[in-house]
Design a protein around this ligand. Sequence first.
Ligand code: FAD
Length: 313
Amino acid sequence: MSTLIIAEHQHGQLRAITRHAATAAAQLGGDIHVLVAGHAVAGVAAQAAQIAGVSRVLVADQADLAHQLAERLAPLVTSITANYDNVIAASGTFARNVLPRVAALLDANMISDVLQIVSSDTFVRGIYAGNVHATIQTTDAKRVLSVRPTAFADAGTQANTAPLETLNWQVAATDARLAEWVSAEQTVSDGPELATARTVVSGGRALGSAEQFQKLLAPLAGKLGAAIGASRAAVDEGFAPNDWQVGQTGVVVAPELYLAVGISGAVQHLAGMKDSGTVVAINQDPDAPIFQHADYGLVGDLFTLLPELTSKL
Ligand code: FAD
């Protein structure tokens, strides 16, 4: 048994969720290798080599992989899968983009958002917005899995770093033509990563504007050392960036403390936060569904309550 993890990285930093994927890989058993693909990724490769349990890091460091376009990564991944039984990555936008292409090229099923590894071919995953857990068994020779970071602990680091192996990958002209990187708009945040944060403060449509989001939520998140999240309505209204969206079609979080501010508690939002430890809701409607899932509820106007809460903290 051997597993290849596709590392996720941004701004020269390995994303913590890759270490969570390593825990899932350890449960599959056997050798664990990590692929670091991109440009100027020596620092990322060094961080990947420190992940506990990893025995080799494959590094594809070249300009034409700079933006980690799925159309270029997928053929690279499939070109090295001969020796692996499993290809995995942490669930999220990156995995959603790359892994289905890898699965298609390998003629395998894509098994997404795995919550539990039962055995080498049997996995538990959520369906119907996480309301049902399905146990599925695959007959595929190679398994392509995305694993939910909040369902697997951080693997931590190891003292003896894994050796690095350089890959010289030639992007085929046909793959290079499939997609072209134009530009990226990214949110740079000083706070913790949303997917793995211990505290999350999320705002909904009721915040009313991007300015109110920053003015009211950022100071509270700063005081709590929290990541900021948002409902889809808030994202669709342009109050918060896309990568802050918590829910079925956003990021799944399971922090120790989740604070939902001006969020109604639609089933699709709950799918992304219902495994949180303690849920606190602030909403002016005492009948808002979010209160049925909250450990503490504060009924009132967020524009009064949030500044008060922040100042008391
Ligand atoms: P609203 O439903 O408009 O609720 C706003 C809440 O704020 C209300 O409860 C109101 O009482 C309260 N409020 C208003 N003013 C104040 C005030 N001054 N003080 C305090 N409280 C106040 N949603 C997600 O969040 N994440 C997803 O991933 C997601 N995926 C979806 C996927 C699909 C296929 C579909 C169909 C929908 C999805 N949605 C998702 C949308 C979801 O159904 C809801 O529409 C959305 O979550 C509502 O966002 P909201 O709670 O911010 O807004």
